[in-house]
Design a protein around this ligand. Structure first.
Ligand code: ADP
Length: 423
């Protein structure tokens, strides 16, 4: 490769004090160097791998990795093992300097920085100047350095363990909070829903006017949405804590799918969508929990309706393949980009802007909370099955559609009234 004598030499400066960073950067840039800075040792190592500097300047006393430890790593990494590393330290003791050298530093510059002398010092190190440790003390300094590393390692592991325990404790608190509040909300929400239904039956009979009917209808829909949201949160928290309890029995898939189609048909009709299912009469029963499987599949059908424009079609097909039940929910909707396909099963993952969020869950692209697919995924996994999506990408004009595949094992031992919660 031809050499490029005009390109400036790169210097990496690792320093946690922003004033020193700015000062050194200014001085060295004025000398024509390309100066890169990092705020701590780890960031410095990463940057060094990327930019391969001609020289590294590092502060010694930093939070996280010390300058000595950074030097040790730089001398181990293939990208930087021949790069001069210069420690900047206020410690003037001879032993400190010797330890810096045995750790991997090639020299040191004392702090506070001498603005006039710095460019000359850097130039010398770039030209090959190296400090040496007296052979008589080398072994002793290495041992001291090794002891310091051992003590630091123990303290760091203890600190990490403590932080990890604290995170676990807080995570448990968060999960408990979600479980307790969603259960507390479920009871009144179910009660409200029941009473509104009663009210609607009464008002339907009394015939008290369209306006009043419309208000009751709106409250009913809103309450249903609130119930769905509380249910989704409860299900996700059960899935998260691996406590989803399935009552496993032979499930007639035709029954389950028919009930979903019946429930969704009015919405599909409103949107002029064709909702169809394949002939499932001859299918053998699947071992599983009918209620949870209904929930899993109806989330997919809800989404298919939501992300397919008016006039499109949504299909639910199923077939036995070897010892597996293969279910496909397909639509002629907007499709899903490949990069998003594995992420859509994660909690709260939604692709559309929250501005699209609508109060009606069947509106075209009316976004939800991003929990539907998480619940479906959790339920299928709890059945020992797999779920994935196949789509050419998202295109609101071309409408490539999406196909959600579910594979449910037919051979899972059916535990009567028992749980399959261990998945
Ligand atoms: P939400 O409650 O927002 O519908 P989901 O977990 O069910 O959340 O889905 C996550 C995201 O995956 C949705 O926001 C949507 O962008 C995308 N998605 C799900 N199903 C489909 C589909 N059939 N067609 C296109 N996009 C879909």
């Amino acid at each position: 490769m031809p050499t490029q004598p005009l390109s400036p030499l790169k210097i990496l400066y690792i320093e946690d004090d922003s004033n020193s960073r700015r000062l050194v950067q200014r001085i060295l840039q004025a000398e024509g160097y390309e100066v890169h800075v990092a705020e701590d040792g780890l960031a410095g190592l990463e940057l060094a791998r990327q930019i391969r500097p001609a020289l590294v300047l590092t502060d010694v006393n930093m939070g996280g990795m010390t300058g000595h430890e950074v030097a040790t790593r730089l001398k181990e990494m293939p990208e930087t093992k021949h790069t001069p590393v210069i420690a900047m330290t206020a410690n003037m003791l001879q032993t400190d300097r010797e330890i810096a050298l045995v750790a991997g530093c090639d020299g040191y510059i004392t702090k506070p920085i001498d603005i006039d002398a710095l460019p000359g010092q850097i130039e010398q190190f770039l030209a090959g100047a190296r400090e040496q440790v007296d052979a008589g003390v080398k072994v002793q300094r290495l041992e001291e350095y090794r002891n310091t590393l051992g003590v630091r390692l123990e303290a760091t592991v203890a600190e990490l363990q403590h932080a990890n325990n604290e995170l676990r404790r807080m995570d448990k608190m968060k999960k408990d909070f979600v479980v307790i509040t969603s259960h507390e909300l479920r009871t009144p929400a179910t009660l409200i829903y029941g009473y509104i239904k009663l009210l609607k039956m009464e008002t339907d009979q009394l015939n008290i006017g369209e306006h009043f009917d419309m208000i009751v209808e709106k409250i009913l829909t809103a309450t249903q949405r609130m119930n769905d949201a509380v249910d989704a949160i409860i299900n996700v928290s059960l899935i998260d804590s691996e406590q989803l309890e399935l009552t496993a029995k032979p499930v007639d898939l035709q029954d389950v799918v028919q009930s979903i189609v019946q429930q969704m048909q009015p919405v599909a009709l409103q949107r002029s969508q064709k909702l169809y299912m394949s002939d499932m009469a001859a299918l053998p029963p699947v071992p599983g929990d009918a209620n949870y499987l209904r929930k899993a599949l109806s989330n997919l059908v809800d989404n298919a309706v939501k992300y397919t424009p008016d006039g499109g079609s949504i299909g639910i097909e199923a077939a036995v393949e070897f010892d597996t039940m293969h279910i496909i929910v397909s639509d002629t909707g907007i499709g899903i980009n490949r990069a998003d396909q594995e992420h859509i099963f994660e909690k709260f993952y939604v692709l559309e802007d929250s501005a699209y969020h609508s109060t009606n869950k069947s509106t075209f692209m009316g976004g939800g909370m991003g929990l539907g697919l998480t619940v479906t995924h959790g339920i299928i996994r709890a059945h020992g099955g797999r779920i994935w999506v196949d789509s050419e990408g998202q295109d609101t004009e071309r409408l490539p559609g999406s196909r959600f595949h579910i594979m449910l094992p037919m051979t899972a031992p059916i535990k009567r009234e028992a749980t399959l919660a261990e998945k």
